[in-house]
Design a binder for this molecule. Structure first.
Ligand SMILES: [Zn+2]
Ligand SMILES: [Zn+2]
Length: 443
């Protein structure tokens, strides 16, 4: 889907002992942060029934993500704003209520509301159709090794996946806290489950405008029936990390990052990550910063998709492992950068130059660079290529409008719409440009 639903990848404790660059960067806090520093707004959403997410651990997670991102990619230079810490209740309460409800209502037919939904006769067909987006060989690495030989068709894969979805839902709804309360009520639609279901977050992201990164300690069950990403399903149908649409935030071009720290300590034991007990408190923060947050930033900032064939050094490698903790440890054992990700970091450098030209209002230069950015971006990106190109051209179109260069604005807004015919912002701007162009010349 447009959100790389990702369940995380990778990293190395040792290389997080940050390079000296660190100290220098923190000065970037006020204004004149040089070219290329990306300032990321963070909100930590705390559900007090789960293992706590204290200020100190949020800070450590962010530091680790920054160090890992720098070590693995080098660009762009990232800077996290001081995180806002809020309770889960307060976070959901302050979302624009009508918009949030409308989004939930739109997704209602596609989410699971009780276990029996997994027996719906049409589900098999729908899931097989969803899985057909991938050729079978590209899909199999997301399935457990012992199952792969039995999956000859997309139908087989769908059947296996639905059985696992059902299993995971049973496990989730039967899990209890020590006080006997369920983590997830079996009637999944119940209000008490708010914030513990994927669709709640999907809609929160759609309507929120306060953060580029949302960290939470909550358990989040993947309740969308129609887009079951195999790597998510085989991770207990639990969402650990994702990049989701968030049109109110521009830093990641209309998307924002979600990361959950759940699964490493606390309760209930049946829902925790395999091998979680091998990580101490420090390791847990490193795991979340590295394997989850830095990985999602690879999607959000560099547009690298989940990959299966980049090898163990790659932060974006996503294949079936028994658990994330093991995947994380594998990554720790392979320092250095992935050479196959270079194409994305090069594209990002071009984007940086484009941004700088726009900021400096050097539009001729920005025009040339926009072409380069779009051309350099590999076709296999996280998210939609059309949407990405449309956003680049729309930004340029907007800058042309501000300079009253109506013809140039028209050209680039048309290019935006050629890349993504439904791009609303480009449409609105183009209408304005046409009004200008058609207005009788008074001067
Ligand atoms: Zn991913
Ligand atoms: Zn790579």
């Amino acid at each position: 889907m447009r959100h790389a639903l990702h369940i995380g990848c990778c990293f190395v404790a040792a290389l997080l002992i940050a390079p000296p660059a660190h100290a220098k960067k923190s000065k970037a806090k006020t204004g004149g942060a040089g070219s290329g520093v990306v300032r990321i707004g963070v909100t930590a959403v705390v559900d007090d029934q789960f293992a706590p997410l204290e200020d100190a651990s949020v800070t450590q997670v962010l530091q680790n993500a920054k160090g890992t991102f720098a070590a693995k990619f080098g660009v762009p230079d990232i800077f996290f704003e001081a995180p806002k810490i809020v309770s889960a209740k307060a976070f959901f309460k302050r979302l624009p209520r009508d918009d949030f409800r409308a989004c939930i209502a739109r997704h209602e037919p596609r989410r699971v509301s009780r276990i029996e939904d997994y027996d719906r006769p049409r589900l098999q067909e729908g899931v097989a159709a969803f899985l057909s987006r991938w050729r079978l060989p590209a899909l199999l690495p997301a399935f457990p090794p012992d199952l792969r030989a039995t999956l000859k068709t997309h139908d087989d894969a769908a059947r296996a996946l639905i059985a696992e979805m059902r299993e995971a839902a049973l496990r989730a709804t039967s899990a209890r806290f020590e006080n006997g309360e369920p983590v997830l009520r079996a009637k999944l639609a119940e209000e008490q489950n708010l914030g513990r279901r994927f669709v709640d977050w999907l809609c929160a992201f759609e309507v929120q405008s306060e953060a580029d990164v949302v960290l939470t300690n909550a358990y989040v069950f993947y309740d969308l029936l129609t887009e079951p990403y195999p790597h998510a399903v085989y991770h207990g149908s639990r969402l650990a990390g994702a990049v989701m649409q968030s049109p109110g935030r521009t830093l990641f071009l209309g998307r924002a990052v979600f990361v959950s720290s759940f699964g490493l300590s606390g309760e209930p034991e049946t829902l925790l990550e395999p091998s979680h007990q091998t990580l101490n408190a420090d390791d847990r923060n490193k795991f979340v910063g590295t394997y989850l947050l830095a990985h999602e930033l690879g999607h959000a900032l560099l547009r690298i998709p989940d990959v299966y064939d980049h090898g163990p050094k790659c932060l974006m490698s996503t294949d079936y492992a028994l658990g994330y903790v093991d995947g994380y440890k594998r990554l720790l054992g392979h320092q250095g950068r992935c050479s196959r990700c270079t194409i994305y970091t090069d594209a990002r450098r071009a984007l940086q130059l484009f941004d700088d030209a726009l900021k400096a209002k050097k539009l001729k230069n920005a025009e040339k660079l926009a072409e380069r950015v779009v051309r350099r971006m590999p076709p296999n990106i996280d998210g939609s290529v059309g949407d990405f190109a449309a956003r680049i051209y729309t930004r340029l179109g907007q800058a042309e409008v501000e300079q009253r260069k109506w013809r140039a604005a028209e050209l680039y807004l048309r290019r935006a719409l050629a890349a993504d015919p439904l791009h609303t912002e480009a449409r609105v701007l183009l209408r304005r440009v046409h009004q200008q162009l058609n207005a009788p010349a008074s001067r």
